[in-house]
Design a protein around this ligand. Structure first.
Ligand code: AMP
Length: 143
């Protein structure tokens, strides 16, 4: 999938936003949603999306929606830091297949990092659902 093309309204994250597909939610408001990545690159890996934008990537999103998304990313990162006390945080975002993107609804990764632990494989093993729910609850409690 290149940087240019039509938004697929049935992509996984659109379905999660609509509630057609389950997710482990951390928090949401009328514009943004933060939920746990089911193939985490480190424990506590959260994804943040804009719920109203149909942007596939950073090139397409309206600037005011990008501002809303950025504020949501910061709010999520602050809660992740308070809840999980990581040594560091990696915030990343991919654009186009060649840029490493696999789901074509713009999203930002917030990944807590531990000293000496390298980042897990992108799209690696599936997480334990009970662990994800516990992490989501802890992060939500720290908002
Ligand atoms: P990207 O490669 O930046 O497009 O990231 C897509 C992310 O979505 C990856 O980190 C996947 O692990 C994650 N992912 C894929 N399917 C789901 C899902 N159903 N629920 C939560 N995260 C998902």
């Amino acid at each position: 999938m290149s940087l240019h093309g039509a938004y697929d309204p049935d992509n996984i994250f659109a379905r999660i936003v609509r509630g057609d597909m389950p997710s482990v939610k951390v928090w949401e408001d009328e514009k943004v949603l933060a939920f746990m990545d089911v193939f985490p690159q480190a424990p506590g890996h959260v994804l943040v999306v804009h719920k109203l934008s149909r942007a596939r990537n950073i090139l397409e999103i309206e600037p005011h929606e990008l501002t809303e998304l950025a504020a949501a990313v910061q709010k999520t990162a602050r809660a992740v830091e308070r809840a999980l006390k990581p040594d560091g945080l990696t915030v990343m975002q991919f654009n186009g297949e060649a840029g490493g993107q696999t789901v074509f609804h713009l999203h930002v990764h917030v990944i807590p990092r531990r000293e000496g632990e390298s980042l897990g494989r992108h799209g690696g093993g599936m997480a334990d659902m009970d662990e994800l729910k516990a992490q989501a609850a802890a992060i939500a409690a720290a908002l």
